[in-house]
Design a protein around this ligand. Structure first.
Ligand code: GLN
Length: 377
């Protein structure tokens, strides 16, 4: 066995979802919604399966989806992508893998900004790259140039950015985006910009894609699962310069080759109806507030959250002395609620007093989660 697999742990999402099932706990851990998907998408996908949309589609994705993506991003984010600049993948995580396999040569450095989504580091290593970790600190989690410079070496080739940010729920501001672009240009880095949460924003928050600021070097990764609240569909994409998209497409051929065509076609139809995203946006805003109010009433101190399905809680500030992992174990086993500890998202020196809760749930689930969190203290 390759020794890298000894350090590659069971994902914290899988661990906590299995624990929730085992203990019959409310699952506010792994980020998936229990409402919010547009019904016509389900009907479309079912109809297309019955109609016979069941054989291999083109490896790069159905033309109708790549056209719909170009139109959607032009309209929502002012981006000038052409259909041929998209590679459709089986979920955003596959897009990330394909980009890393396409971009990294053995020994290349890739900067990861921690806390970081848990797929980046193992995939960088399996692509032959070296992880160069930058660790942000709460409560601001701000990125600054000096911090980025400490991680860069002559071998650095790629910068991974996640905005809006999982697990903190933070959105990068204009100054930080400018810093990232300047830094990437000066060191001639490719930016892998994981923007899967681009449509999951708190009320009044505006999102800017790095692809609009540095189109020449940004690979934008997106997810229909997040846009349409259908996380199990595993329809994602990477968008890049035409030359880079060709190489990513070659890596993708030997990962999954293609993505189920009926799901691609249904997503394409959905992208033509951005108004379908309004009801879930309002629903998630209410859910966000409901969980925040309930946790605060139960005595928990929250960190700011502007995007994603997630709300972080500061355990020491809430008067809890257990570290994040012990709290999460106790909460799922004894209080009946699964949450995600933040320390697994940092390899170096993690914060050990923060947990993440998912609010993209119906009222009854949120209320049961709050009641269990009240018991956990
Ligand atoms: N993105 C989801 C989360 O952050 C989980 C994805 C997964 O389980 N692989 O909770």
């Amino acid at each position: 066995m390759n020794p890298q697999f000894e350090t590659m742990k069971v994902s914290i999402f899988e661990e906590m979802s299995l624990a929730a099932a085992r203990h019959g706990a409310v699952n506010l851990g792994q980020g998936f919604p229990d409402f919010g998907w547009p019904e016509p998408l389900l009907e479309d996908a079912a109809r297309l399966v019955r109609k016979g949309s069941n054989q291999y589609p083109p490896s790069r994705g159905l033309p109708v989806l790549r056209e719909a993506l170009a139109a959607f991003y032009a309209e929502r984010q002012g981006l000038a992508f052409k259909p041929e600049q998209f590679v459709v993948t089986s979920g955003a995580t596959e897009a990330i893998a394909a980009v890393l396999l396409a971009a990294l040569e053995p020994g290349d450095g890739a900067i990861v900004i921690a806390p970081a989504y848990d797929a980046y580091a193992p995939l960088i290593r399996r692509s032959g790259g070296q992880v160069q970790e930058v660790v942000l600190r709460p409560p601001s989690w701000r990125i600054d140039r000096a911090l980025l410079e400490t991680a860069a070496t002559p071998s650095t080739r790629l910068l991974v950015v996640n905005n809006p940010h999982n697990p903190t729920g933070r959105l990068l501001d204009g100054q930080e985006l400018g810093t990232l672009v300047d830094f990437a240009r000066e060191h001639d880095l490719l930016i892998l910009s994981d923007e899967v949460w681009e449509e999951v924003l708190a009320p009044g928050v505006r999102f800017t894609s790095l692809a609009s600021l540095a189109p020449e070097r940004t690979v934008k990764v997106g997810s229909a699962g997040k846009i349409f609240s259908l996380t199990g569909w595993k329809v994602g994409w990477a968008a890049a310069t035409a030359g880079l998209a060709d190489i990513i497409a070659r890596a993708h051929q030997y990962l999954t080759f293609a993505t189920p065509p009926h799901l691609q076609a249904a997503v394409a139809a959905g992208l033509g109806h951005p108004e379908w995203l309004d009801p879930p946006r309002h629903g998630f805003a209410r859910a966000r507030q409901r969980l925040a109010d309930g946790l605060q009433e139960a005595g928990y101190v929250l960190l700011p959250s502007e995007g994603t399905y997630f709300q972080c809680v500061d355990l020491p500030a809430s008067g809890i002395s257990l570290d994040d992992r012990h709290f999460a174990t106790m909460a799922v086993e004894q209080a009946g609620v699964a949450v995600i500890p933040l320390s697994p998202f940092t390899e170096g020196e993690p914060e050990r007093g923060l947990i993440r809760l998912c609010f993209a749930k119906s009222d009854a689930t949120i209320d049961a989660g709050i009641a269990a969190m009240a018991m956990a203290r």
